[in-house]
Ligand binder design. Structure first.
Ligand code: 16G
Ligand code: MG
Length: 562
């Protein structure tokens, strides 16, 4: 490293000493902690993002968010050049950099990495790092730390993109590296034009459907609600009215009694919703708008909801896409399967409700499982022509292969009008519109929501009809505090425990007591706990199975508290 670079890094690093006694890990979704201890981490992730940009010779993203965590927390993660998560082989470096105790240790790590990866810190190239943040009050000062980190690396330039949803930033990074238009307005334009295209292509005869033209959205008092207000103005559609609640402007607190994570875990209405919403389609975004769940307020009393989760969203999209593919196979012209053997796959995790897996398999689709965490699902989905992935918690998207999109474009002139074109061309246009609407970089609640809305209108289904695609098996999730959660090692997409020895056999014995019983345990990637998931044919059985397995975890792993 040249002297100029060394002294630049030394002078900025000394302004951000790491807080004593805090050890952070990059985890499934970047670094997260109380915002008060994060300045040094965010500064260092700035350095990391700069080095990643120099290595990949591409635009890189840095997002300051803690998603659905409480408002006093914050976090930081990096978007790779393709808009996906940071390449996993850089995670150990991220951990080492964040925890380097002294400026000299930090310089040594940068020296090692640059030598290892062949990164020249000579300032001959200039690369941009797009920085964005969610609405957390701590975001602004952390943004300054990120900028200083980035600009401590000669040749790296920070561009402040302002307040964005996490998927917006990932989308921009991807668009920039593909040489496409990449502003926030371009994002909103692409979403609204492809949504309108799908609406124009709705088959006639669906006018008397029961979809219902009203959608109420819980914005989690975060950035998603804010952006949705802008988007809905651009849509100005007949037949769909979107009302946004919990926008953060009504005085509510981010993620407090609101948001997709709360709604999915607690299975109750978010603040601001209640009996007045009986019979209306409702949706909830999380704090950085990369998760989406729908829900139904089923009766005139109580807080309980009927949850329409990520598995249902995945199933709805699978039905719609399969329908379009069969049109492409049937009609005249260039035929799918003869000209192009399109491979479609649905990716789930062990948390997917067993009833959803059965439903997708009955549709004749290939269903595969990965461990929890977007990076694993996304990687698998990218191996298909159409890869649909969703976690039950509502994070997911649909990936289209370049080859398949090219086939669609070259064999079918793109059009967005009902009047013209064969059935086959319309099906191709719908799929092309879906590929532009749904975020190709990462799961995106806003684009996912518009696709749900267009699909419901296309099928002519109310939220109840959609929800009745299959009936969820009763399930229960518990968490258990243990002395050391890393003592649990799993395999087969987290469905089987290999360490500590004997516990899997004991879980099998418990599970076998219940018909349709299914149960697994895994160490959480975001909290210091072991998670237990159980499913059975009745709620009582699911509860009993989860409790007995939680006791096993206690017994095998030594309890601190529970
Ligand atoms: C993170 C992951 C999410 C996963 C969750 C599991 C991303 C962007 N987010 O929020 O995919 O479902 O962690 O949390 O990867 P857990 O390990 O604490 O159960
Ligand atoms: Mg999130």
């Amino acid at each position: 490293m040249k002297e100029e670079q060394r002294s630049l890094l030394l002078s900025t690093t000394s302004r951000f000493p790491p807080p004593p006694g805090v050890k952070l890990s990059y985890g499934t979704a970047g670094f997260r902690a109380d915002a008060g201890v994060l300045k040094s981490t965010v500064y260092r992730v700035g350095i990391l993002a700069a080095l990643r940009a120099l290595k990949s010779e591409s635009v890189i993203g840095l997002m300051i968010t803690a998603s659905h965590n409480k408002v006093s927390d914050n976090g930081v993660k990096v978007s790779d050049p393709n808009g996906g998560m940071l390449s996993q082989d850089w995670e150990p470096f991220a951990d080492a950099l964040a925890n380097a105790p002294t400026p000299e240790d930090l310089l040594r790590l940068v020296d090692e990495l640059t030598a290892n990866k062949g990164i020249a810190l000579d300032g001959t190239t200039s690369l941009e790092i797009l920085v964005a943040r969610d609405t957390r009050p701590s975001g602004e000062s952390l943004l300054e730390a990120a900028k200083l980190g980035i600009e401590s690396v000669i040749g790296a330039v920070a561009s402040d993109m302002g307040i964005l949803t996490t998927p917006q930033l990932h989308w921009m990074v991807r668009a920039r590296n593909n040489g496409e238009k990449a502003s926030e307005n371009d994002y909103l334009e692409q979403l609204s034009s492809s949504f309108k295209c799908l609406m124009d292509l709705i088959p006639s005869g669906n006018e008397n459907n029961q979809v219902g033209d009203k959608l109420i959205v819980d914005g989690a008092n975060g950035v998603g609600g804010e952006k949705l207000i802008v988007l809905k103005e651009m849509l100005k559609l007949k037949g769909l009215t979107i009302e946004v609640r919990n926008t953060g402007k009504e005085g509510g607190v981010l993620n407090e009694g609101v948001g997709a994570d709360y709604v999915q875990k607690e299975k109750v209405v978010p603040n601001g919703f209640g009996s007045q919403d009986f019979g209306i389609r409702c949706a909830s975004l999380d704090g950085d708008a990369d998760r989406l769940v729908y829900f139904i307020v089923p009766s005139k009393s109580g807080n309980n909801i009927e949850l329409v989760d990520g598995d249902k969203i995945s199933s709805l999209f699978a039905v719609f896409i399969k329908e379009q593919l069969s049109i492409l196979k049937k009609e005249g012209g260039a035929k799918l399967s003869e000209d192009y053997p399109c491979r479609i796959g649905v990716i789930q995790t062990a948390y997917a409700n067993g009833a959803s897996t059965d439903f997708l398999k009955q549709l004749g689709l290939e269903v595969v499982f990965t461990p929890t965490g977007v990076k694993y699902l996304h990687e698998k989905a990218a191996q298909y022509d159409i890869g649909i992935y969703f976690e039950a918690n509502g994070h997911g998207t649909i990936l289209f292969s370049e080859f398949f999109l090219l086939w669609l474009k070259t064999t079918n002139n793109e059009l967005c009008s009902v009047a013209k074109g064969s059935e086959q061309q319309k099906a191709a246009s719908r799929l092309l519109a879906v590929s532009r609407l749904i975020n190709q970089a990462v799961g995106d609640a806003l684009s996912g929501m518009l696709l749900v809305e267009a699909t419901l209108q296309h099928m002519g289904w109310s939220i109840n009809q959609w929800n009745e695609l299959y009936r969820d098996l009763p399930s229960r999730q518990l968490k258990v505090k243990v002395a050391n959660r890393t003592a649990v090692v799993t395999t087969n997409a987290e469905t089987k425990v290999v360490k500590p020895p004997g516990i899997q056999e004991a879980i099998n014995v418990e599970t076998a007591k219940y018909p349709k019983g299914r149960c697994f345990i895994r160490p959480s990637g975001t909290e210091d706990v072991i998670r237990v998931y159980a499913e059975a044919s009745t709620q009582d059985e699911a509860d009993r199975l989860a409790n007995s397995v939680a006791n096993l975890v206690d017994r095998y792993l030594g309890v601190r508290s529970s």
